[in-house]
Design a protein around this ligand. Structure first.
Ligand code: FES
Length: 104
């Protein structure tokens, strides 16, 4: 038997990158399907643009739909505990002190 399960190889937990140090306020429509970028690599923040397929294949976007139109804060730091929504995690030091190559 030549094929084996790679059970000895530890699976690295997929880690998102910080897309922004603040949440994104967006007006969402009722009944529309949205995909929130969970990996942080999308160029269309806070939404998924498919970048995760190459940049973070282990991470999938969070798809969601609202029953009524709503203005919401979607997480930009990608470390929220209640995705896709901001839970205030971006205020923590490990986010605010992080070096982000693409930030002004
Ligand atoms: S680009 Fe980040 S989840 Fe799709």
């Amino acid at each position: 038997e030549t094929l084996r399960h790679c059970s000895e190889t530890p699976v690295l937990p997929a880690k998102p990158i910080i897309a922004a140090k603040y949440p994104f306020q967006v007006d969402l429509e009722a009944g529309k399907r949205y995909a929130w970028c969970a990996c942080g690599h999308s160029k269309k923040q806070p939404f998924c643009d498919g970048s995760h397929k190459t940049a973070a294949p282990d991470i999938s976007p969070v798809r969601f739909k609202l029953d009524e139109p709503k203005s919401v804060w979607l997480c930009g730091c990608k470390h929220t505990k209640s995705p896709p929504y901001c839970d205030g995690t971006h205020k923590e030091e490990f986010i605010q002190k992080a070096e982000l190559p693409n930030q002004p």
